[in-house]
Design a protein around this ligand. Structure first.
Ligand code: ZN
Length: 203
């Protein structure tokens, strides 16, 4: 399975990192070894002093495909959750300054925490899904999928022009504003609408 991630998909987050609003989705990937699911703790990596959380809507691919048109994209995923794109921001900043790839900052072991998936039934309007992220009982990120620069369907279509997508692949759809630092002992919870889908402690 593959984990795709979208960068800069909310205007306010692009602004807070001083990035331009992209004209095409920014795509990067994490390996399978990045995945954390269930109640596994997250251990603060030794190579960074600025580990940050990015809470994001995550979709689960349910059908194999390539060159998918946007109007057909909804047939290729069937679940949605919230995940954390853990980022070593100090390393990422150094790599970006040198024009180097981001993998060391974004694709390390356990850097992709994913919550419980909710089945996407016709009753769920994926263009209008609220999600929120709570750090030590305080809401630090909250957004609605309609604030995305590139919609879920557009993202699936764009990715599939470059990579075949396969059953079980995951797509992190980008973080809204409000990313911030993680400390040992922090407890994070993520909500899709009112339902808790993820809880993780930093050790
Ligand atoms: Zn992200």
């Amino acid at each position: 399975m593959k984990i795709f991630c979208i960068g800069r998909n909310y205007a306010k987050h692009a602004e807070e990192l001083g990035n331009e609003i992209p004209v095409e989705p920014v795509i990067f990937m994490k390996p399978k070894s990045a995945l954390v699911q269930g109640h596994t703790p997250f251990y603060y990596p030794e190579f960074t002093n600025d580990l940050q959380y990015e809470a994001e809507l995550v979709i689960r691919i349910s059908k194999n495909g390539k060159y998918i048109q946007e109007k057909h994209a909804a047939n290729y995923y069937n679940g949605i959750s919230v995940g954390i794109d853990f980022t070593a921001r100090d390393i990422q900043t150094q790599l970006k300054e040198k024009g180097l790839p981001w993998e060391k900052a974004k694709s390390f072991d356990n850097s992709a925490a994913v919550g419980k998936f909710i089945d996407l039934t016709p009753a769920i309007n994926k263009k209008d899904i609220n999600f929120s992220f709570v750090k030590n009982k305080e809401v630090v990120q909250s957004a609605n999928s309609k604030e995305m620069i590139f919609s879920i369907d557009k993202i699936v279509s764009n990715i599939s022009n470059y990579f075949s997508i396969n059953i079980g692949d995951l797509i992190f759809t980008g973080t809204p504003a409000g990313t911030g630092e993680c400390m040992v002992g922090d407890v994070f919870e993520a909500y899709l609408e009112k339902e808790e889908v993820l809880s993780i402690e930093i050790k």
